[in-house]
Design a protein around this ligand. Sequence first.
Ligand SMILES: C[S@@+](CC[C@H](N)C(=O)[O-])C[C@H]1O[C@@H](n2cnc3c(N)ncnc32)[C@H](O)[C@@H]1O
Length: 412
Amino acid sequence: MKLIKQFNKRAEKFDNNTVWVNSDELFHKCTLQLNDLVPDARCVDLGGGTGYIPRKDIANGSKRRWTIVDISSSMLKNNNDNKNFTFVQEDIQSTTLPSDYFHFAIIRSVLHYTNPSKTIKEAWRILKNEGYVVICEKVFEYDDEFFKKYNKLIKLRNPFKKQTFRKGDLPKLVESCGFQLLKSHVIKEYYETTLDSFLDRSGTIPEKNKNEVVEIIELLSASSKFPLTIKDQKIKFCHAWELTYCKKDIDSKKRISPLVISIIVERQFNTETYILLQKRKKRIREPEFYNYWELPQGKVNFGESLFETAKRELKEETNLEIENYNLFKLENNQYYTESFDSEFIVTIKGIINYYAICIKVNAKGIPKPNVLDTEPTWINVKKLDTFIENEKIYPLNYPMIKKYVDAFANNT
Ligand SMILES: C[S@@+](CC[C@H](N)C(=O)[O-])C[C@H]1O[C@@H](n2cnc3c(N)ncnc32)[C@H](O)[C@@H]1O
């Protein structure tokens, strides 16, 4: 296979010629979760190449038992005499490793060579329940206008790369492969190298591609918006690395998250009734609902009453101060009947099951988001029915708003 040949050729100089391999920051971010595991945890580096991460971990004094899997014998060879590791020369998309075995897996800069979904599912298979996987891949996160050129550059430099990931692709993928997404974030690293070494890479860049590679570098370099510059035969560039932290948790789909209080803030403007909606700006938990409309809401903290939670969450999210409130079920105002339910259990794609209670409040102040701009907006209740049908509404809140709208209509 040509890819194996390429890595066999790169192997000897890999650690010295690959600018990012020995970054302390990347090592630190990739191995953070190891500290949560038993001291002699079984760990696997999938597509581990020269085994930089396991070698450094062992050199730092850890007792962890590492397995390094790679298709290239030469990449593995440099460490074959090291008794601290087990080496497996296999395709990581389908290995002979035992199921439910490892506490931890790392996949760094590999998935653009493989079928990512197949590889992540294989990681899921070999991990124990409650085991962790960290995926660390370069991602494209710049203006779309550069994507085509950047992609071309990558393909010319390495025709074996099957795909370029964009920021956010991997967090979605891990969830679709059964993992629980714990966190993901992007870090940027800046590198500098000579044009010669960029064009050489142990002689693996096709000779016929080199002129075009230089042309694209010069084109990208001409724009001050793209982080790549060439000057005096030296190249400076930036890699955005997306780190995706996941857990194999076979029970997570059955669990209910802590109790959530959702808040309908009602206000009169010129004799019309309005409620407050805001946009969801969370990118790590449930990124698929980014920019959906939602109610202000949050989880009940230890020792808090429902009303204290509502007060705290509303202040935190919108800066509004609650004046009075009603549980839908217990309220005594004219809009709702005794049969109005206040409790909702909503399953979102089987990932997070929420048990939520909805509270209707009057609150004073002007809505002002505290951290990200959640675009708080007063929506006229008469238009709410059409609004929730035409706009994207966070699934937990849809049934609550729907009930509120129906109750409002029945009482006016
Ligand atoms: C860019 S290197 C990264 C090495 C290592 N993960 C690191 O961060 O230092 C990519 C590695 O993936 C390996 N690789 C690519 N496709 C593979 C596959 N299907 N199965 C196993 N290893 C693979 C290559 O042989 C190479 O060693």
